[in-house]
Design a protein around this ligand. Sequence first.
Ligand code: FES
Length: 188
Amino acid sequence: MAYTEQKKAEGKQKAQPTHLCLARRQFLIMGAASVVSLGVIGPRNAMGQVAELVMGAWPKKVIGTVSELETAKAIEFSYPNDDINNLLFMLSEEAGGGVGPDRNIVAFNSQCPHQGAYLDGSLFHSKHSLLGPCPLHLSTFDLTKYGMVSSGHATASLPQITLELDGDDIVATGVMGLVYGYSQNPTS
Ligand code: FES
């Protein structure tokens, strides 16, 4: 092989990552469905290993039923601890991490990731699938995009509660993102 061709080949080899490093935002963009399916793939896949770290230790808990959901109404529930409040939504459009036939059932933690203000169900705007503005500094979160900030001071997405369905039951299976005030999320 000519010298220049050999150098090009070496450069390509160096460009290949030896491990996969995911920024939090990139990871959230993958979505709960991707996370779960990656977790199934197993430890051969680096992304699967990340998924196991996020999903592995969470208890499952029935938090509501599909039949009780309405598109304009948020339902409160606690998970994974009794003192961690969250909101369950049925959106009018498909959402990242959504479950159900229309992939529009999602849940998020109720504490703003900026400085922990409480976001109650009255801040849900079903027409645009937004939660906010936060009463303290006006952050608003897009519930179709894994709770990403759509405006305001917050720099982190709203933690999303991952869900699965068991018949009519809606089951919480984990938390994507760090609940405000915790250095690591509680697991029970
Ligand atoms: S606490 Fe919500 S934007 Fe600051």
